[in-house]
Structure formats: C-alpha cells, structure tokens
Design a protein around this ligand. Structure first.
Ligand code: ADP
Ligand code: MG
Ligand code: MG
Length: 909
C-alpha cells in the first residue's frame, strides 16, 4: 500500500483540451476514464472532470472506507477545484452551484452493470440557486428529484426488492402520474416536481432511518464508495463470471461536471454508433430524446427518436408510422437541430478514425451546445464484427493483421448457429413486428420473468422492458422480446453484446406479468407457448420455425481465407461420425485429431455385441463377439476416412472403463442373459465385478488393450482394412492409430507391437499395403516425463489435456462441480482449468513432453486433442510451444483457424 501511496497519483484530471491520462490507460482509469481523457486531449468537447483509479478500488476492498478516503481526499478536493475553475461554478455554492456526476467504469465496458449518480451536489438551498441562475425552475427541480432517486437507489440501496416490486421512487412517480392523469415525466409541473422531492425525502427517511444527506461533500464521498461497492454487486459479479473477467480488476470512478439535457426543448440527450452494431453496415445511427437526461433514452419510457433522417424513415416504416406523423412527432436530430447534427456527425467521424474501430458514443445537448460524454469501441454482434473488420480493411483504416486481431474469436460462434430455414419462414405466421435489435433466429417457449428462463429447455424471455437484473435470464433464454425500448434500449445493447437474438419495442404487445399472458391483436398467448423471433427483420412469429445450418460465406469466408494466410498451427477436428467430420471439413478442418471409437459401440445393434464381448469368460468367447463388431467398425472407419477425403485421421483405440457399456437396469440385464444363454445372476455378477472405486483411474485406456489384446487386434484390423478398401476405390488415407492413457514405455510398446504385427498380417493377406502411424495420447503426467523414451517408438504425440488436467490437479472431472465454482468465486482459481488450459502447471508438462519427445525424434508430430484445442488462449499457448496442430470440436474449427492466425501475428508484432 505504501508504494501506491508514494509513487502514483490516485486521481487523473481531464478537461479543457487537456488530460493527465490517455486511451492506453484503460487498466488504471477504466475504459470510460481513459477515453474521456483521450477525447479531451484531442479537442472533443467533454465536460471537465477526473478519474479515481481502479487501484484505489482494489485498495478499498482491503483497506476499507475510512483509510481509502484519507488516501484520496486531498487529490479529490484539488480536482474538484480544477473543475470549478474551468466551469466558473462552485461545488455547494448556493448562487452558482457546480453539480457533478459520479460514474463507474471498469477496464472493459459492462453496460448497466455498475452504478452512476447524476446531479450530485444539489440540496434544498442549491436547488433554489440553480433555478434562479438558469431562470428555469422546472429544470432545477427535475434535477433534484432525479438526484434523490438515483442517490437513493445507488448509495442508500433503495431499489425494488423482488421482481413483483417496483422501485420505491418509481412507485411514487407512477402514483402522481395517475393522480394527475399524465403519462410522461416531462409533463410534470414545477409543483409536481417539488412534491416528488418532498415525498422522496420522506420515503428515504422512513426506509433508512436517516434524513437525506444535504452536504454535497458527504454526498460525493458516499457516491464514490457506492461505485466501488457496485464492483461487487450481484449483477457485476455475474457479468464478470460470464465473461471470465477477474475480480481484482476493480472499477475506476469518474467524477465529471454535469451538463444538462433536461433544460427544455433546446436540450436533449442521446447515444449513437458510427456503424450499425447489428449488421455492421457503415451507417451512422443512434437515438435521442429532447428534454431528457442520462438513461432516459435507454430506459424505454419515452419513445426515442432517430438521429439521422434516413434512420428515422426506416424506423417509421417498421413502426408503421406515416411520413407526416413521423415528421411531426418523431423528427430526426438531423431535421430538428441540423447544426448540432452536423457537429455530432463530425465528431463521430473523427472518433472512428482516431480509434480505427466502430464507436458507441453518448452525448448531451445543453441549451444548444453539444457535449460528448463517452466513447468506446462499440459492442456488436458476431456478424457485425466480421463485416466491420473487413470493411475497415477495405477502407484502408486498418491493415490485414489488424483486421484479424480485431475479431474476437469466441464471437464467431454466433455465426455458426442455425438460421431460419427460408422455406419455413415463408409459411410462418407473423403476429407482430418490433425493431430488429439483435439478429439471429430464436425459437422457444414464452417466459415472462428472467429468473424463470431456465424453466424450459428453450425459452424466449418476453418483457415490457429489461433491466440489468435480468442479465442471467437473458443469457439463458434463446431470444429476447420487449414491448418497449428502442435499438439502444438495455435489452438491445445487452443482447447484441451476447450475440443473442432480440426484438425490441414491439408496441403491439400487451404484456400482463400477473396473469402471465401476452396479447397481440386480441389473441392471447400464455407462458409455455412457442414463439419464434427473427432478430434480423423484427418479426415475431407464432409457434416453431424450422432452422438450418449456417454457411461459411461472404465476409466470414473472407476472414477465414485471410486467417489461413497467416495461421501456422494446423487445425483438426474431434469427430466420431462422418456427419461431424463433414461439418468440420466445411468449416475448414485439416484432418481429424481425435476419433473416439467407443461412441460407435453405443448404437443399438452394436451395444449387444459389445456386451457379449465384455461378458465373455474366455478369449474364444471374446474373439467371437469381436468378430461381430469388426465389420461394423470397419464400415464406420471407411465412412470417416471418406468424409475427410484423404486428409489425416487419428483414431484412438478403446478408452473408457468397460463398466460404462454394461446394462444397469434389470430388464436389460435379463434380456442380455437370455441372448447369451447365461443366468441373470451371471450377468449381475459381471456387472458388479466391473464396478470400480475410481473408474477414471481404473481398468481403462491401454490397460484394456493390454489385458484384452484381442480388442486392439480387432480395432487395428478394422482401421487398416478400411484404409485398404478405400485405396481400392482410389482414396488414399493415412490412418494414425493412437494408444490412449500410456504411462510407461512398455505399455506403449506392447500395444504398438500388436498393432504393427496385425497390420503386417493384413498386408500379407491382402497383398497390398498402406502407410500408417502409431502414436500415443499423452495424458498421464508420468508420460510427459518419460516422453523421450516413448518417442523412440511413437510416431506422434497428442496431448489429451482433459485427462492430463484431471490427473495433474488431482481433480475428478466428474466431481469438480462441487468445488470448482466456489474456488473461482473465491479467487482460489481464476478460471476453470478444464475450460482454459492451465499454462502455469499443465502447460509445463506439455512443454516438457514436447521437448523431451523431440529430443529423441526431432520431427515428432505433436498435437492436442482435449477440449482446450478450441479455446483461444490455450490454442495460442500450443502455437507458442511448437505444437503442429490443435484438434477441436467441429463448431470451434473456424474459431481455432482465426486464433491460429492471431497467435502467429502476435509473435511478429
Ligand atoms: P453507464 O456506464 O451505465 O453507461 P454512465 O456513467 O455512462 O453509465 O452514465 C449514465 C448516463 O448518465 C449516461 O447516459 C451518461 O451520458 C449520463 N451522464 C453521465 N455523466 C454525465 C454528466 N456529467 N452530464 C450529463 N450526463 C451524464
Ligand atoms: Mg455510459
Ligand atoms: Mg483420456
């Protein structure tokens, strides 16, 4: 802590075209703070302010409130004085007051996950001064009531307690609106606003037992601490765990002079995007509201208006509003305030060029003057991400390497999900239309509450509007539908970030939470009814609509082509069936890195033969059963080889404990006994005999092949004969036979010997040969240590990192669910090592295994076939460790191809 105290400032100022910080300092200043500083220094009009660093937040978590306030007090006071100087106002002054906002901002943007307080510094006296100075009582009292509401919620914890509850302040507002017969906040009279302030303070007193804090400095310290606390709020924690962000990052706090969008008809506030965040189209777009503040635009209470005229016209068409009505009631900013629009358009252009990426900006117009309040690289869908990167490349704003690095590998996943079948869409019954807020195809059963999204396997969350509390449910649901809110509503922004299909602002929907019904044009739908959403058109469709596999085309194909130009480490797939193999090949897999043979045994006709094999008491009995299995396996392998068109296929010999194959239900046991002409008891005995205390450490892997060599023999025969059969048909394939779970040299040698002699026998029988490899999976820690000895005989290694992780940590994969989540929550582990390769520990073994293996056989082929083969940071590690290929599930192949390129590019930077 001492270091922190002596060396670094805790507070960084910005404003007046200057700044202490810059865009590179996201980790310290948070994304919002770093970009406010950057904008200020390049001359964008940003209200002056300062940023308290994320390090202070981390310090707060250990030192507590008093100590941390001591730490920053002087710097904060000096920085407030700086704002006062620049604004010509004074914090707490009754005639000429400075009001400020206190805003959260982590190093990555977490929209709506943490808290912000606006209009801070106001009290019973300041409000009068503000009214007098601006000659606008309406505005002053509106700001005051907003402040109490936000401060009450954020700092004093006065939020709705349960999902049926509404926010206690909103309840008072609703009450008053009803009494006055009005609909909008903007319709309140000065007296109404004064009444609200009175009632708000009253309910604060009643709920908290304290009077509402009147001293601006007390308000400020309270708000700063509350922002720090919001880093550990439920929403923020969930968001972090969803995205794998560590708890120790902390949030910065931005304190900034208020600019007022609620000063009347010459004021307003809005958000805008330099390109379309849904489709990636290069069109400036956004939404605004006149006489509004802060979150009004995204809160979905009033219908926001479009920034550009063209956007406004598109919107009106979807909302079925005619041109005359649009111009009259919902004009664009371009039409209403042409010079402000021109200025905004200029800034969006400057900022996009400056950041060389699509920007998402917030602005406020105070009495005819434009202020920019935030810019960040905009969240976007996977499709938009790909299009924007390729467009920026074509526009010459970025180069090929930068374009590839700009694409977030995991987000490509969205482009690999099913889309609606166009034929089925033609027959679909469209019941209503909303805004196409986030593209995609979603089908599911209606649920009305976020915490019930897991009620059905596929659900569509239907809400009047969503709030940050709904995050978890939004993530679970297949799609999101809201009755209110525009393209920048909470639902829309979050859904695009998640790549989740969303239709927002469908005004024709009447939603009754109590009755759990959705009514459209007189037709009532209930919880559990099927509906479908087309996030690209905004169509809401009754019932289910058939989907189909997406295609790798257009810009996506361009990205993949570019990736292959730079990628070095090869990408294979884990596939057990020709169907999976074909999918993977379409996605660009360069071979199969892992074909598990056991899955082939579970099909109805095979499982019987398999069980007979297991139950056989003699070698002869076993061989007989294996003979039945041989033709089936051979046909399977032919299918696999054929589907890969001759590229490499690695086949793993039988791996799982035999117990997994025997029947555990009485009826099936009886059936088996009859088929085999043995007693039920004999079957039961065998099943009991196969039971193991630690099946994962038991009779499995090459231990099976070494105790029942007939199995290895049969599998080898099936593989080699399949390859020979294909050769006859003109398809040359080179099987790679992989021995699982090797821990000692002899274990491998014994298997290798069986394989090679079986192959030789077949070559003689057929009077023909093919090339093949014999290698091993490296998944037992011991094997990595003696890799030099294993490599004397093995043609290749493939790291089976699922088992290797299990055995290196000593965590049973099947039982880890009991403690891993807690470990991650407590920070004992940063991430789940079964998802993200543990480079520190398991990674060392991979390095050692590779090095030692290659010390014997310099060009030993080495790959990885655990789940990690499709995880970006793990792929990068594999590349840097010198592996030849990664193997992952078919749908991860494009992701792995991209990461392969990114990893190679990063080493050249
Ligand atoms: P979030 O990170 O959730 O977007 P922000 O800190 O950006 O939260 O603020 C919430 C809203 O308040 C935004 O619409 C923002 O533009 C507005 N706002 C923040 N600070 C000010 C300010 N100083 N003057 C006017 N509006 C502000
Ligand atoms: Mg913001
Ligand atoms: Mg294994």
């Amino acid at each position: 802590m001492e270091l922190l105290e002596n060396v670094k400032p805790h507070v960084y100022k910005f404003g007046d075209k200057k700044a202490d910080g810059n865009r590179e300092m996201k980790n310290l200043l948070g994304g919002k703070g770093a970009n406010l500083a950057e904008m200020s220094s390049i001359g964008i009009p940003v209200p002056p302010g300062f940023t308290i660093t994320t390090e202070v937040c981390t310090a707060y978590n250990t030192l507590g409130k008093e100590a941390v306030l001591d730490l920053i007090k002087n710097e904060v006071e000096a920085s407030i004085a700086n704002i006062e100087n620049l604004m010509g106002t004074e914090f707490g002054n009754k005639e000429n007051p400075l009001l400020i906002s206190v805003r959260s901002g982590a190093r990555v943007s977490m929209p709506g996950m943490m808290d912000t307080v606006l209009n801070l510094g106001i009290n019973d006296e300041v409000v009068l001064g503000l009214a007098k100075k601006t000659n606008n009582e309406q505005f002053a009292w509106d700001s005051y009531r907003r402040f109490i509401q936000m401060y009450g919620g954020v700092v004093l914890g006065m939020k709705s307690q349960s999902k049926e509850d509404i926010d206690p302040f909103e309840e008072i507002i609703e009450h008053l609106k009803e009494k006055r017969g009005i609909k909008l906040d903007t319709e309140f009279t000065v007296q109404d606003l004064k009444d609200l302030v009175y009632d708000f303070k009253d309910i604060v007193k009643k709920t908290t037992g304290h009077i509402f804090p009147t001293n601006p400095w007390d308000q400020l310290w309270g708000a700063i601490i509350a922002v720090f606390d919001s880093w550990n709020g439920d929403r923020a924690i969930y968001y972090r765990s969803m995205n794998g962000y560590p708890a120790d990052w902390g949030t910065a706090v931005n304190v900034q002079a208020m600019v007022y969008g609620n000063m009347g008809d010459n004021s307003g506030t809005g958000v805008c995007f330099t390109r379309d965040a849904g489709t990636g189209e290069n069109i400036f777009n956004g939404e605004y509201l006149i006489n509004a503040q802060g979150e009004d635009v995204v809160a979905g209470v009033r219908t926001p208006q479009q920034i550009t005229k063209i956007g406004s016209q598109r919107w009106a068409e979807l909302a079925q509003i005619d041109e005359a009505e649009r111009k009259e009631l919902y004009p664009s900013l371009e039409e209403l305030m042409p010079s402000i629009f021109k200025e905004l358009n200029k800034y969006q252009d400057i900022l996009e060029k400056h950041y060389r990426d699509m920007q998402d900006m917030e602005f406020t117009i105070q009495d005819g003057k434009l202020w920019i309040l935030q810019t960040r690289n905009g969240k976007r869908t996977g499709a938009a991400m790909v299009k924007i990167a390729m467009d920026l490349l074509k526009e010459g704003l970025i180069n090929e390497k930068e374009a590839l690095l700009q694409i977030e590998p995991n987000k490509l996943d969205e482009l690999l999900h099913p889309v609606f079948n166009p034929q089925a869409l033609k027959r679909a019954h469209v019941i209503a239309q909303g805004l196409p807020a986030s593209p995609g195809a979603a089908t599911g059963k209606i649920v009305f509450f976020a915490d019930e999204a897991d009620k059905y396997k596929s659900s569509i969350l239907v809400r009047i509007e969503t709030s940050p509390e709904d995050l978890e449910g939004m993530n679970i649901a297949k799609g999101i539908l809201t009755a209110r809110g525009g393209m920048t509503s909470h639902a829309a922004v979050v859904a695009r970030g998640m790549g989740k299909c969303c239709v927002s602002g469908a005004g024709a929907l009447k939603i009754d939470y109590k009755k759990r019904t959705l009514t459209v044009n007189g037709h009532e739908y209930h919880e559990g009814d099927w509906i479908s959403l087309n996030g690209s058109t905004g169509n809401i469709i009754e019932g289910k609509v058939a989907t189909m596999e997406p295609e790798l085309s257009g810009e996506f194909a361009e990205v993949m082509k570019l990736a292959d130009k730079y990628g070095k480490i090869k990408v294979r797939t884990n596939a057990d069936t020709p169907k999976d193999a074909k999918v993977a090949r379409n996605f660009g897999a360069q071979g199969i890195g892992l074909a598990r043979t056991e899955h082939m045994f579970f099909e109805v006709d095979r499982i019987k033969a398999m069980r007979e094999m297991i139950l056989a008491e003699t070698v002869k009995g076993r061989k007989h059963a294996l003979e039945e299995l041989l033709p089936m396996q051979r046909a399977d392998f032919e299918g696999l080889f054929e589907s890969m068109g001759g590229s490499a296929v690695t086949i793993r010999l039988l791996d799982p404990p035999l117990h997994e194959f025997v029947p555990h239900q009485l009826a099936t046991q009886k059936e088996l006994a009859e088929d085999m002409h043995i007693t039920l008891q004999a079957v039961k005995n065998k099943v009991a005999e196969l039971e193991e205390f630690n099946p994962m450490l038991g009779h499995r892997g090459c231990r099976l092949g070494n105790t029942y060599p007939e199995i290895t023999e049969m599998q080898t025969r099936a593989i080699i004969e399949a390859a020979l059969n294909l050769k006859e048909r003109g398809i040359i394939c080179k099987p790679e036979i992989m021995v699982p779970l090797v821990g000692t040299v002899k274990e491998f040698e014994a298997q290798e010997q069986i394989i090679r002699s079986t192959a030789s026998t077949i070559f003689e029988e057929r009077n023909d040969t093919i090339e093949y490899l014999v290698g091993t999976m490296i998944e037992i820690p011991r094997a990595t240590l003696i890799a030099d000895l294993i490599a004397e005989k093995a043609d290749f290694f493939s790291f089976g990192t699922n088992d290797l992780t299990q055995m290196t940590f000593g965590y049973s994969r099947d039982d880890a669910g009991k403690f891993l989540p807690i470990y991650i929550e407590k920070g004992i582990l940063k991430v789940d090592p079964f998802e993200v390769l543990d480079q520190e520990g398991v990674g060392q073994l991979i390095k050692i295994g590779t090095e030692r293996g290659r010390s014997t056989k310099p060009n030993l082929k080495v790959g990885i076939c655990g789940e990690h083969g499709g995880e970006p940071s793990s792929i990068e590690f594999c590349y840097n460790t010198g592996l030849d290929y990664v193997s992952c599930s078919p749908y991860r192949v494009p992701i792995a191809r991209l990461v392969s390129a990114q990893a190679a590019i990063k080493t050249t930077l």
